[in-house]
Design a protein around this ligand. Structure first.
Ligand code: B12
Length: 137
């Protein structure tokens, strides 16, 4: 299974990105890590180039909303052959945000799964489960 990952927008927090790459490799994924400071368009271009089944975006500096609110419109311009699962996680808002408000907002932007300040490995377990169900359908 292939995954495109990276940190969206003008976000330099690289530590989580490295850990995510290691965790995904440990789980057997082929990882295409675009690193920090990655624009949404670059993620979608990489999905086309790699045919990855998963896009896993990180955001740590609290600016994800500004960088991701156009995801739905952007997606409609691409013809993804791999029907990728769109996942975002990290610190998705500034300061103490209510996850009950953040999660539906990011889902409305076009993400399938949204993790705000959640444990990485528990979240990846869930992501893998959803990918498995998609393949079985
Ligand atoms: C180190 C650090 C920096 C370093 C980054 C160095 C580098 N190149 O990485 C420097 C000093 C450059 C920096 C800059 C800034 N930072 Co800073 N930084 C931190 C700090 C102290 C640690 C981040 C870190 O590396 N943690 C270790 C990793 C392993 O943990 P993590 O990042 O939380 O990631 C875990 C989870 O979030 C999760 N996860 C992450 N992504 C994803 C994705 C998915 C899908 C899933 C499921 C899980 C997941 O899994 C990871 C592994 O467990 C945090 C505070 C903190 N204690 O967390 C602030 C923090 C992230 N920074 C913050 C801010 C505001 C900034 C600045 C805007 C400050 C400023 N005014 O300039 C700038 C932003 C610059 C930019 N353009 O991005 C805020 C973000 C606020 C928010 N979101 O509410 C924080 C939380 C500090 C705070 N309490 O205010 N920062």
């Amino acid at each position: 299974m292939r995954v495109v990952t990276g940190v969206v927008g003008n976000d330099v927090h690289v530590v989580a990105n490295r850990l995510i790459e290691i965790s995904l490799k440990e789980r057997g994924f082929d990882v295409y890590n675009l690193g920090v400071n990655t624009y949404l368009e670059e993620f979608l271009d990489a999905l086309i180039e790699t045919d990855a089944e998963l896009l896993l975006i990180s955001s740590l500096n609290g600016e994800a909303e500004g960088w991701c609110r156009n995801l739905k419109a952007l997606k409609s311009k691409y013809n993804f052959r791999s029907n990728p699962l769109f996942v975002i996680g990290g610190n998705l808002g500034v300061g103490e945000m209510d996850p009950d408000a953040l999660i539906p907002k990011f889902k409305a932007y076009g993400f399938d799964l949204v993790y705000h300040q959640k444990d990485l490995n528990e979240s990846l377990d869930e992501v893998e489960e959803v990918l498995k169900q998609r393949i079985e359908v």
